[in-house]
Design a protein around this ligand. Sequence first.
Ligand SMILES: [Zn+2]
Length: 279
Amino acid sequence: MPRNNQDRLVEKKKPEDESSPPRSSIDAVLNFVVPTEFVDLPTKGKFYSKDHPLHNVDTVEIKYMTAKETDILTSKQLLKKGVAVDRMLQSLILDKRIKIEELFTGDKNAILIAARISGFGQSYDATVTCRSCNAISDQSFNLGEVKSKEPPEDANYGENGTFFITLPQTKIRAEARLLTGLDEKRLSDKSDKKRKLKLPESLLTDQLKSVIVSLNEVTDRSTVEEFVDVMPAQDSNYLRNEYDKMRPDIDLSYQFDCEQCDSLNDISIPFSVNFFWPE
Ligand SMILES: [Zn+2]
């Protein structure tokens, strides 16, 4: 997982300027550089297009959380907009060409976990509910043990961050891409708008239209969109399943035995309020 970047801790001292007042003690403070670490990206950079700074790059360098990020997390104004966490993560990424909303969800989640560990440690306490008896219990999760979920070994990648899936019924070779956080937000905004206007909802076809880049190498958008509208259900179900298998993420699955009823629960580690705001 994360590796400490020791080089940055030993920053070179600037030569002293004799005309200025002695300020070696101030320099000692200012020369302290916040430690950074490299976060392994679940996508390994494979799904970013050629013009993206993370194309084929498998790590991203982030700094440890500082007082500035704590300020962002506690800003009432940002919390209201629900953007505090994104703004904080953006502040941690050293390469400013990388925009948090352009990241794939799995990569963003990996950065989220690394940031939490750097700011508040690996141990994370949250309450969980038993699925059998609804008893609520406290669990302590070790975030240092969270692993990545990777695409299948035999995945068929294209050149520009895309991948190929042959549809079982029509035998068409579909080229697909992963959706970024921004793509997902646009789709849900579009869906909300349709609901408000009382128009028929079409989230599934809208998603498929965004995911499919080409069909048998035909990239013309209107052809792709017409195909999606008449696509056999068998093919669309298959495409969605294969897309989920390809989508890299972090594995938040977790098992616990309920103390009340002894049943084994398979859950996901919950992102509760005290993830970044521990009591
Ligand atoms: Zn139980």
